[in-house]
Design a protein around this ligand. Sequence first.
Ligand SMILES: CC(C)(COP(=O)(O)OP(=O)(O)OC[C@H]1O[C@@H](n2cnc3c(N)ncnc32)[C@H](O)[C@@H]1OP(=O)(O)O)[C@@H](O)C(=O)NCCC(=O)NCCS
Length: 182
Amino acid sequence: MRNEYLIAKEIILKNGQSLILRRANADDAEKMIEYLNTVGGESDNLLFGKNEFNKTIEEEREYINNLNYSDDLMIIGLIDNNIASIANIRRLLRKRIAHNSEVAISVKKEYWGIGVGYAVMNELIEFAKNNNIKNISLGVKASNNKAFNLYRKCGFKEIGRHKDFFNLDGVFDDEILMDLYL
Ligand SMILES: CC(C)(COP(=O)(O)OP(=O)(O)OC[C@H]1O[C@@H](n2cnc3c(N)ncnc32)[C@H](O)[C@@H]1OP(=O)(O)O)[C@@H](O)C(=O)NCCC(=O)NCCS
């Protein structure tokens, strides 16, 4: 059944701009693909690079529709009607581990450093608290200090590492594993 959590919410950012957080819907598909293909080229810290997000609009629409009828949540953050952030929280599938979840987040470069990531992560955490999730896990590239600091600020603790997990054209880096128990 569709989970109605987070229909829309406004947050006033550090610089006075208004951030609208809401559940992604199928009509966002085209803009989301454009956003993901842009942010992939703005940082080496995501799992995909510039123009490496290859879904068609139809495929993305279907993905979002399915997601909105699952227990998962995909949030988009809008500033002046432009997508500033996309983030999601996914429950693990099997019943015996379904109280655990994973999150992923990105913010468009022109909106870095004004509190968007913090606001979005707090919404994902609120969603988890309201949906019987007991643990949120994530992985972050060891050299990604900004994201590591953001996660620590939100209460995540480092619990281990995958050595040389990332390979960027022959340059390896560890993945730091972090958990937040609710
Ligand atoms: C990492 C990322 C999500 C942070 O989002 P953001 O909106 O810029 O972060 P915020 O402005 O909300 O800042 C929240 C906290 O993050 C940390 N942070 C943000 N910018 C930072 C910087 N330049 N240096 C160090 N820490 C920083 C700080 O702890 C900050 O809290 P503070 O303002 O009290 O110091 C964003 O930079 C991003 O999308 N980067 C590219 C993709 C990526 O790395 N995604 C995460 C993959 S695991």
